[in-house]
Every structure is written in C-alpha cells, then in structure tokens.
Design a binder for this molecule. Structure first.
Ligand code: TXA
Ligand code: MG
Length: 332
C-alpha cells in the first residue's frame, strides 16, 4: 500500500473523511500527538488499527468527538463530573472515562464497559471528525512501544506502507498525550497525566486523585500503563541530579561510542550530541518525543537529564520514566 502524506486542508480532509467512512484507517494531527483514526462504530475496522500498530488487544482506544453533545452517543451514563471536565478543558488535552453506550463495539474498548472520550483542540481534527460524521477511535499513530509521533514524518517512519493516508498538520502543539481521567464517580481519578495537571483539575472540581495513590477497587485501571512505552531504537537512561551528569557520561562513553544527552541545560561541555530541548516545562513536553526520535538516528545511547526542581510536571516524569531506565553507576 502506498502511504500518502497530504497537508491538512478542506480537500485533504474530504479525502480523509471518505476513507474513514469506508472503514479505512487515517492518521491525523491533534494538539497532543498524531492519532490513528478509524470509525468508532465498526468493530471489524477497529481491529486494523491494532494490527497496524502491533498493539496488545487488551489496551482500549480513545474515542474522539467534535463537540460535547456527542458524548451522549458514545456513553450511556454521562456523569456530571465528565461534563464539568469537558466544559472546562475541552476542546483540549483531556480524556474523560465514562460508561460506554451499546453502539460502541467492544473492539474499541478492549472488552471494557467504559470508554475514553476526547475532543481535540486542533480545529482541523474536529473538522475531520465532522466531515466523516463519525466518532473516531484513535490511539497515538506510532508503532506500539515507539515514542509517540508529534509530526507527520514520525507517523510515516513507523507506518509507511501500512495505511493509505497521513494528514499533515505540522508539529503537535503540546507534544505528550492527553490527561486521562476516570469520571464515573464523584472524585476524578487521573489514570495518565498530560498537560492538564492534578492541580488544574482540583481548581475546577475541588478534589482529584491519581491512580496508584489510593486503593479504590472501583477505579478503572488504564490497561496501557503496564506496557513497554516510548522506546527508541537505542537504550535510554535517565537521572535527576545535575552533579551526576559528568560521571554518567564518562561511564556511558566507556561502553558506547556515541552518547546523546537530553537536558534543559543547554551547551553542556561534555563532548556529547545534544539537541536543544529548551529549559521550560512547555518546551521539554513539546520536544521530548521528537528529540528521542532524532537522537536514535545519531547515537548509540541516550542519557536524559530531568531535574525535579526545574521541571515540575508529572506528565513529563511519567514519559521519561517509561521511556528510560534509571541510571545507576553500579551497573557500569
Ligand atoms: O492525546 C491523546 O490521548 C492521543 C491523541 C491521538 O488523542 N491518544 C492517545 O491514545 O494517546 P493511546 O491509545 O496511545 O493512549 C490511550 C490511553 C491508554 O493508556 C489506554 O489504556 C487509556 O488511554 N484508555 C483508553 N480508554 C480507556 C478506558 N476506557 N479506561 C481506562 N483507560 C483507557
Ligand atoms: Mg500511545
């Protein structure tokens, strides 16, 4: 199959929408990362997304809708909490988990009776959903275990020949995936944190918990969290302390000829390959996955420096911890 990349515009959205109506899989941009969309109504076609990505079949997909009212189509128990979060944060990088409606096949939710629902902020994503006239089930458009794609070319790198069309909307604005929140009960529970933080949700709801910080059996576990994630083609290590950077680089250089470093401190004098990631939470979030993809082509090992005191973001910690192993000098 030839994979086309088309700049997103009215004409290409129409082409994408027609493919989606015919049950095909189309990659499209969102403000968080690129998504791999398919009609959320057609279980048979949803299976293709799992095949194309190599995704474990027990990991559910998020359903993307264009406007708040559409949640009533995909859920049969729209809770006040889910509406409150959507009213405050959507369109935007939030996914609310609620009870699914009967129209959503179990292939989408990997057998769960709940569904994650999200309204992307990027207007062209919503235009695509509206033109197709369908809610779109869409995971991130990377091969399973690879870093999430923040550019059309990242999708092409992973899925060339496997899907007919990639709609190119430029670089994703946020750079990491949405915050997923279980909204079935009175207290919001974060299953995966993104740009929208626990504090942002507390400001709106008065309370919020993180999965793992309590022991509530009723809370939906996010099956995705147990899998290997975001791995480039070379090994990745991380550390938090700036003062340990030099000894870590020296140790890695004994074993690997080319070392890449990701750090908010620019121009480290360490004779390594460094790609600027900026020094703010926003820029680190924006560039993290794309820097991993750039470095894997140039080096044999990547060392990620994530100083706690400078970058206070659970979303970033989570992505770094999943993509990398904590550096331990004793192992070198
Ligand atoms: O920003 C995003 O969320 C991107 C863009 C494309 O919208 N999508 C994305 O999808 O990151 P994916 O499939 O890569 O990650 C979805 C996460 C997984 O960890 C999955 O387990 C969880 O959301 N999830 C989806 N539906 C769920 C449900 N019903 N209950 C619990 N967790 C769910
Ligand atoms: Mg993903």
């Amino acid at each position: 199959m030839v994979t086309k990349i088309l700049k997103i515009c009215d004409k290409s959205i129409e082409e994408g929408a027609n493919l989606l109506k015919n049950g095909e899989v189309v990659a499209f941009p969102t403000e968080t990362v690129y998504g791999l969309g398919v009609s959320a109504f057609k279980g048979e076609c949803v299976k293709k997304v799992f095949e194309v990505k190599g995704r474990p079949s027990d990991n559910p997909l998020i359903v993307h809708i264009a406007k708040i009212e559409d949640i009533y189509t995909v859920s049969k128990n729209v809770t006040p909490l889910s509406l409150k979060l959507l009213e405050n944060f959507a369109p935007g990088p939030i996914t609310v988990v609620v009870e699914k409606s009967d129209i959503i096949p179990l292939e989408v939710t990997a057998g769960l009776d709940t569904v994650g629902v999200r309204i992307p902020a990027l207007k062209s994503s919503r235009d695509l959903i509206e033109k197709a006239g369908l809610p779109l089930a869409a995971p991130s458009a990377n091969t399973s275990t690879r870093p999430s794609p923040t550019k059309a070319i990242d999708v092409f790198e992973d899925l060339n020949g496997k899907i007919p069309l990639i709609l190119d909307g430029g670089e994703a604005e946020v750079g990491i995936e949405s915050t997923v929140v279980d909204c079935r009960f009175d207290t919001p529970v974060i299953l995966r944190e993104g740009k929208i933080t626990l504090d942002d949700i507390v400001k709106v709801c008065g309370c919020c918990e993180r999965i793992g910080k309590q022991n509530n059996e009723k809370v939906a576990r996010s099956p995705g969290v147990k899998y290997k994630h975001y791995a480039p083609t070379c090994p990745v290590y991380f550390l938090n302390e700036e003062e340990k950077l030099i000894e870590a680089v020296i140790a890695l250089k004994k074993k690997f000829s080319k070392v890449g470093v990701v750090s908010p401190i620019s121009h480290l004098d360490l004779d390594v390959i460094q790609i600027d990631i900026g020094n703010s939470t926003t820029s680190y979030m924006h560039d993290y996955f794309s820097v991993l993809r750039k470095l894997e082509k140039q080096v044999e090992v990547i060392l990620v420096h994530l100083p706690f005191e400078k970058l206070r973001s659970e979303g970033i910690y989570n992505r770094v911890e999943k993509s990398a192993v904590k550096f331990d000098l004793n192992n070198f």
